[in-house]
Design a protein around this ligand. Structure first.
Ligand code: ZN
Length: 260
């Protein structure tokens, strides 16, 4: 499923390195790699991961959850395209896995994987699942992988390593991960906020978003999702604040969900 060389060249011309701004927040990013080359490398990794999961019978083995992800994801992708038009041509993919080591993840270009055990443990309804998915979609929209690799390059300039080598260092080099932790924390907060904007624009009620973060804060095991993220209580406060910005009344619990 590799892109043709011509397509990559064309996309590279459209996605030059340099400065960019995150939608909504307007935060400036320094990007040393093109969007297309990062997306292609990440797609290779995603394919390796889903092929391994499929070989073990752990990919999309919850068909009901898969259908929910694809239905809810489609609305979020439309909201993302309204915010950042170039995402409309990305090859978004939504998969689920029964691998208990996976909670939720997103790779550059919109490759999303959600753990069925995590969704079941928190008993996420559609609006809450939309909030989880929107956080992941927001990481892609804000091009956090591309930004992280660019920042990693700053610490690995001499000599400049190939992108694949840098990705491997990011995955295995603890000292590099620590150096990048401030950026990682900032990106997680940004994904929470931008994700709520996307979910809101996709038509999901703010009470469901607050409900999701309330469940995370109440469940110790949700520490699965807290690595590199703000403390669950801070995320809940953020969600309540965003809900007020949306003009939504805040109930004590997530209310019945409207279906966008
Ligand atoms: Zn995240």
């Amino acid at each position: 499923m590799k892109r043709s060389a011509l397509a990559v060249v064309g996309l590279s011309m459209l996605c030059r390195v340099g400065s960019a701004q995150v939608p909504e927040s307007g935060r400036w990013q320094e990007l040393s790699f093109g969007a297309a080359e990062v997306a292609e490398r990440m797609e290779d990794r995603y394919l390796d991961q889903v092929v391994d999961l499929a070989a073990g019978g752990r990919l999309d083995d919850d068909r009901v959850l898969l259908a929910r992800l694809q239905r809810i994801g489609a609305g979020l992708v439309r909201a993302a395209a309204a915010l950042k038009p170039e995402t409309a041509v990305w090859r978004w993919e939504f998969h689920t896995t029964s691998d208990a080591g996976v909670d939720a993840q997103c790779m550059a270009g919109g490759k999303i994987l959600v753990g069925s055990a995590f969704v079941r443990k928190l008993a996420l309804d559609d609006g809450e699942l939309a909030t989880l998915l929107a956080h992941e979609v927001a990481h892609a929209v804000a091009e956090h992988d591309r930004e992280t690799l660019s920042e990693a390059l700053y610490f690995n300039r001499q000599p400049k390593p190939p992108l694949e080598v840098l990705m491997e260092r990011l995955a295995t080099d603890l000292s590099l991960q620590i150096r990048l932790s401030a950026l990682s924390n900032l990106q997680e907060s940004e994904a929470d906020q931008l994700g709520m904007v996307l979910a809101h624009r996709a038509g999901w009620p703010a009470a469901a978003m607050v409900g999701f973060y309330r469940k995370l804060a109440a469940d110790d095991a949700a520490s699965m999702l807290s690595g590199g993220h703000p403390a669950p209580a801070s995320r809940l406060s953020m969600a309540k604040g965003m809900a007020l910005l949306f003009g939504a009344p805040l109930g004590g619990a997530a209310v019945a969900q409207a279906q966008p």
